[in-house]
Design a protein around this ligand. Structure first.
Ligand SMILES: [Zn+2]
Length: 418
């Protein structure tokens, strides 16, 4: 069998012909897409039990499914912490450098590295700023559930994105499947009538008021009218232990702690300090909540709090607010924290180095069957495009190769007459 060299060493020519053509690669990718489906898991995880939740899943709108590979990539990238982002960038740049060294082509390595960084920059910028279809939660158990975000911001916060108005905040929550969203700007925030709906494009999410401030040295969310709240939630990122903040005050007390917070540093801390958060919850009989801590960046909801409130749709807004605060004050046993399954934080350097593998496995395993169909169509489409584009190119290359013809061995067909 003829051997051909590749950056990874000699490749048997038949295998090379089989795989290194668009349709061979597409077939291999399609097999991988469907084979990994055998090991699929829910795109959601119950953050307290770490099990797939019963009676809850993600609904993906048609617009999402049409561009499923691109949106899955951006969604999972949005859920990475800073060390995870750095690990993936380092892995990619080192891989390019290694291939460049094997090819003995430093110019190729430099150009490819720059290309990678530019493409990554475009993906992150577009994914963060350009509105796109969002994955939304669908909950069927219990029937009378209300999906709540206890912590979010608008442009009234100093660190909120400039264009992230109250209406934009409501639209973000409506498209992620939230029934209720607390707007918890820093300081006074922007005044609005709590319970207002229909602010943006018929969005039905009920907006309630809260605030984020420092209480006894601890960053907290207060539910209800800002600066006049009694039920506090301690937030991430920030300190989670320490009795001085957690001991109940006469009127005001911390009644819940975030188990998941959608800020990148919050996501990482929630996993890293999970044992501490559980210990604090048990010692002070706190409730667990999950919060987006959304400031206007990105279109991926990291977590939803699902509360059981019978007949909540018939409640007036102050009453709904009151009932939610009551649930948390009572230990929150009727509140489930359902998070988007994300690339796990690493606890060792080796684990951190393996983040890119972990990222790919997590993304592929959590695809729904409908997403797999979309991925297959994209793979087939790209293979077709590559074949169509590749054909004239190779003909030109072959023609170019044929130009310097060597007539050295040709003999004149006849001997000139003497
Ligand atoms: Zn916040």
């Amino acid at each position: 069998m003829r051997l051909t060299t590749s950056p990874w060493g000699p490749v048997p020519s038949r295998l090379r012909t089989l795989l290194f053509n668009p349709f061979g690669a597409a077939t291999a990718a399609t097999v991988a897409i469907w084979a990994t489906g055998l090991f699929s898991e829910s795109a959601l995880v119950d953050a307290a039990t770490l099990k797939s939740p019963v009676g809850a899943g993600l609904d993906l709108p048609l617009g999402y499914l049409l561009f499923a590979p691109w949106f899955a990539l951006v969604d999972h990238m949005s859920l990475l912490s800073v060390p995870q982002h750095l690990s993936i960038v380092c892995f990619a740049l080192l891989s390019i450098a290694l291939v460049g060294a094997l090819k003995r082509d430093s110019k190729w390595a430099l150009v490819t590295s720059l290309g990678f960084l530019i493409v990554l920059g475009v993906i992150v910028t577009v994914g963060t700023l350009v509105p796109r279809p969002m994955a939304r939660i669908r909950v069927s158990v219990p029937a009378d559930n209300v999906v709540v975000d206890f912590h979010s911001h608008t442009n009234a916060s100093h660190d909120g994105r400039k264009g992230f108005s109250l209406a934009a905040n409501q639209m973000w929550h409506a498209r992620s499947g939230f029934d209720v969203a607390y707007v918890t700007d820093h300081g006074e925030g922007q005044p609005f009538a709590a319970g207002r709906t229909g602010l943006a494009g018929g969005a039905s999410t009920i907006m309630l008021r809260g605030g984020e401030f420092v209480w006894r040295g601890r960053h907290v969310i207060g539910l209800g009218a800002p600066m006049n709240t009694r039920a506090l939630i301690q937030t991430l990122p920030g300190a989670v232990t320490g009795d001085s903040a957690l001991r109940p005050g006469p009127d005001t007390m911390i009644v819940a702690t975030e188990l998941v917070d959608g800020a990148p540093r919050g996501l990482a801390q929630g996993e890293r300090e999970r044992a501490d958060i559980f210990a604090v919850r048990d010692r002070w009989a706190l409730a667990f909540v999950g919060s987006s801590n959304q400031h206007g960046w990105g279109f991926t909801s990291p977590v939803w709090s699902v509360a059981a409130v019978p007949n909540w749709r018939s409640l007036a807004y102050p009453e709904l607010d009151h009932r939610l605060q009551q649930l948390l004050t009572g230990g929150g046993k009727d509140v489930r924290v359902l998070a988007r399954r994300r690339t796990a934080e690493a606890s060792t350097m080796l684990g951190l180095a393996l983040t890119p593998v972990n990222f790919a496995v997590t993304m592929i395993r959590t695809l729904s069957p409908a997403e797999r169909v979309s991925w297959t169509a994209w793979v087939g489409g790209i293979a077709l495009l590559a074949t169509l584009l590749g054909r004239p190119q190779s003909t030109t290359a072959d023609a170019r190769k044929r130009v310097p013809l060597d007539f050295g061995d040709l003999k004149p067909a006849y001997e000139p007459a003497a």
